[in-house]
Design a protein around this ligand. Structure first.
Ligand code: UT7
Length: 328
């Protein structure tokens, strides 16, 4: 079997900052509360004319440049998102057209904040099977568009941005070494956009009750996250044949610094081996992990042969982790 991994990474962040001090003027909150409970200081907000596909495109272009791959070499584009341009067509098709990726199949993937890791797993298996040679997997979000700016429980947590990776064949023994994906739909209502789908169609009523925004039971998601990050990491380590000491860099989903600290503690990882950027961008859902990879690479924190563990969790509820040997 061929080895499959990441050929290039890239990210895009909108220019506009929204600080905790800005939020103090919008809802009853404080910079101290947000930092103490989440670690977040700032987040980016897309410009009014920017949709999720625009952010995805810019991140995708960066990843293609980094991989030295042309859009017309792509066989597949997957966009993982919870805030697509439209319910249909897929955001991936809009990106496919904008890139001129003429031979690429394209679809969106819905797995909440685990979406990028799910997408990487799907693309890697399609390449390993021989069906495709090169894929672009993007995690992109404009969560500011589905945020209830009157709900302090959620509006302080999320931000906009995108990250992307080009996936293809790598040197033998490098790339993906273990995958663990999972779901527990009994927690579906813990993190949900209640209206606008077939369960509750859009109406004046759903708008009045703020049904098109993110609704979250923060405590439930928090408990789930802390538990599942340790469990899925251990499973994927076993699949890769690694021990905890073998991990060079942990790239966790960036939802809350307390969740990250707790996962690091469970995995006995010192924080200098954990990539953290939640303070700068908040939670960008599916965008977090690929953006973190792009940042870590740019900072010289990823060198060829490094063992990287990516761990995500999110709406669904879902979780996803991949152990990979960095091949660039
Ligand atoms: O990517 C996956 C998506 N989501 C997550 O990963 C989120 C997971 N959950 C969390 O990160 C945390 O549960 C939160 C950050 C959402 C909340 O932190 P917490 O320590 O669990 O706080 P809490 O929900 O227990 O709330 C404590 C208090 C409440 O007041 P009362 O009821 O005790 O009087 C809240 O109303 O803090 C209040 N509160 C706030 N106060 C100031 C909630 N949000 C805010 C706020 N500013 N922004």
């Amino acid at each position: 079997m061929i080895s499959v991994g990441i050929l290039g990474v890239g990210g895009y962040l909108p220019e506009k900052n929204l600080t905790n001090f800005d939020l103090e003027k919008i809802v009853e909150t404080s910079n101290e509360w947000i930092i103490e409970r989440t670690g977040i200081e700032n987040r980016r907000i897309a410009a009014p004319e920017q949709a999720t596909s625009d952010l995805a495109l810019l991140a995708g272009i960066e990843a293609l440049k980094d991989a030295n791959v042309n859009p017309d070499e792509l066989d597949l584009i997957i966009v993982a998102t919870a805030s697509p341009d439209h319910a249909f067509p897929s955001t991936a098709c809009i990106v496919q057209n904008a890139l001129g990726a003429t031979k690429a199949a394209a679809f969106d993937l819905s797995a909440g904040c685990s979406g990028f890791v799910y997408g990487y797993a799907v693309a890697s298996q399609m390449i390993q099977s021989g069906l495709y040679k090169k894929a672009l997997v993007i995690g992109s979000e404009t969560l500011s568009r589905i945020m209830n700016w009157e709900d302090r429980n959620t509006c302080v947590l999320f931000g906009d941005g995108a990250g992307a990776a080009v996936i293809g064949q790598v040197e033998d023994g490098y790339g993906v070494l273990g995958i663990d994906l999972g779901s527990d739909g009994s927690g579906a209502q813990s993190l949900v956009q209640p209206a606008g789908g077939s369960r509750r169609q859009a109406s004046h009523e759903t708008i009045d009750e703020r049904g098109h925004f993110i609704h979250m039971d923060g405590t439930e998601v928090f408990k789930f996250a802390v538990k599942i990050m340790g469990e899925t990491s251990k499973k994927v380590l076993q699949k890769a044949g690694w021990t905890l000491d073998d991990i060079d860099l942990l790239v966790p989903h960036q939802a809350n610094i307390r969740i990250i600290h707790s996962a690091a503690k469970r995995l006995h990882m010192p924080m200098d081996k954990v990539w953290v950027n939640v303070e700068k961008y908040g939670n960008i859902s599916a965008g977090c992990i690929p953006l973190a990879l792009a940042e870590a690479q740019a900072a010289g924190k990823l060198k060829k042969g490094d063992n990287v563990l990516m761990v995500g969790f999110g709406a669904g509820l879902t979780w996803a982790s991949i152990a990979m040997k960095w091949s660039k």
